[in-house]
Write a protein that binds this ligand. Sequence first.
Ligand code: COA
Length: 326
Amino acid sequence: MIRGRIIATGSYVPENVVTNHDLEKVVDTSDDWITERTGIKQRRIVNAQQATSDLAYEAASLALKRAHYKPKDIDLIIVATITPDMAFPSTACILQDRLGATNAAAFDVNAACSGFIYGLHIANGLIKAGAHSRVLLVGAEVLSKVTDWQDRTTCILFGDGAGAALIEATKEKRGVYSTYISSDGSLSDLICLPGGGSRNPCSKETILKRLNYIKMKGNETFKVAVRTLEELVIKTLADNNLDPSQLSLLIPHQANIRIIQATAKRLGMPMEKVFMNIDKYGNTSAASVPIALDEAVQSGRIQDGDYVLLEAFGGGLTWASALLRW
Ligand code: COA
């Protein structure tokens, strides 16, 4: 049986650190409130010149280097993002050109914070179908440029970054064991960016109404996220006939420490087996899971043979999980 296997990872975050204390000077908030309600202490923010493809390029180059691959070895590039460089061409095409990955097809996936796992679902499916054999999957976001820095309920949450994974066809008994994706468009208004598309094209009016920034009903989103993710992780383990005690590491989307703790509790997993870096980067949407995965690999938290569960929840609404055997 052929399946996809992640053979290398890479990640990149911008140098500029914005702490909670920095935000105290911008909006009516406090380090205590942000830390207690979200677990976030700081986030990384791009400079004015940097765009999503610049972060994606750094993360992808690192993954390629670690795999000893040349860009021409890749036959597909998928970029998961809700903050593309521009509406089109896709950020994946811009990345393809920058890397010189001339043998790759390239497209973007928009599933907000679940984007990387949606991309993994697609990549693994195409590998299993025999359509592609070496896929570069990147989750990359510059959320700071669509964040309303006057809105204390959202601006404290988000950060910029990118994570990449190289996925190769394998016949080994390891790799991507299962992926699951789901959506509920009826709750799309819980978290969205209303301006700049064909519904509310960019105009003086949309800018005055601040429609070109992320809007979120945080508390309602929180409740749906907790309920959905608890069900999702239990289902994923059951689908793979695994007991939570067999899991070596849970890598959750880094949106809120309380959501992560609730999911771990539902699984009965000690927090030592849950990877967290939300304190350093905040919520980086589609980049969150691959940055965490890369840091987990680089720090030795994942060893050969380990079962690793990835999960995410985000705008759409969308949610997704993947069970990996490393
Ligand atoms: N600093 C200080 N006070 C703040 C604040 C801030 N940055 N943001 C909101 N508040 C206030 C609110 O105005 C409210 O005040 P009130 O009670 O006087 O009306 C109070 O804090 C509680 O607000 P609430 O929205 O109920 O807080 P919360 O506990 O739900 O936490 C979030 C807010 C955004 C941190 C939380 O809801 C969350 O993480 N939501 C989900 C995010 C997510 O998963 N998104 C989807 C994936 S991307």
